[in-house]
Design a protein around this ligand. Sequence first.
Ligand code: 13P
Length: 253
Amino acid sequence: MRQRIVAGNWKMNTTLLEAKSLTAELMGMVGDEVRGDVKIIICPPYPYLHALQSQLGKSARIEIGAQNCNEHASGAYTGEVSAGMLKSMEVPYVIIGHSERRQYFFESGKQLAQKIDGALANGLKPIFCCGEPLEVREAGDHETLVKEQIEEGLFHLNAEAMKKIVIAYEPVWAIGTGKTATTAQAQEMHLVIRKHLVDKFGEETANMVPILYGGSVKPDNAKEIFSCADVDGGLVGGASLKSRDFVEIIKSA
Ligand code: 13P
């Protein structure tokens, strides 16, 4: 049985005060309502990581992740944050290769592979994102592109390292648009990814890697999406900023 995971990507949202209240609400609701062993992760903006990590406490049911890290270990990269810094704050997870990073910050496949290596070298668990823009889907090239993204970012790893990766398939046309992939579209792409992992790393490894779906996951569609055989949870944007919605999504997993 693969680990089921629901992760919230807060993106560039919330003030510190809002972040603390959201965390407090989530801790209360999760403690009261969530049973089972679904892994819960929140990914707030960098400046709040330390405060929220302390707020969650060591034995927290909710874990924390960063939304990005730089590929270099240290040095003159003004404004950037390294994987080693995240490690020093005991942040266990880091999102790598989100489509917004690829699109607005021109992150390349090679750079993402370096970020993956930096994260793993520091004991962080990467949540590696892939997914196609609308025009690529319309041209029917989505399978090819997503396989390429996986190859560029992850195929240099050995099987042991691959077992530490979480993949998130996030079709770009479904992010923040209210358009969700149908269950058939989600399952189809998750299976494409899984099979690609089988070809490279073998069945045992491929069957251990959680593949999350992301793109307009909401309380009213989460159950259906999470029922797909190869969907192991979700990476949630907008709905993770509302405690009630996020907790309902967690309960659906
Ligand atoms: P939305 O859930 O807002 O569509 O965002 C998805 C996402 O990008 C999560 O990383």
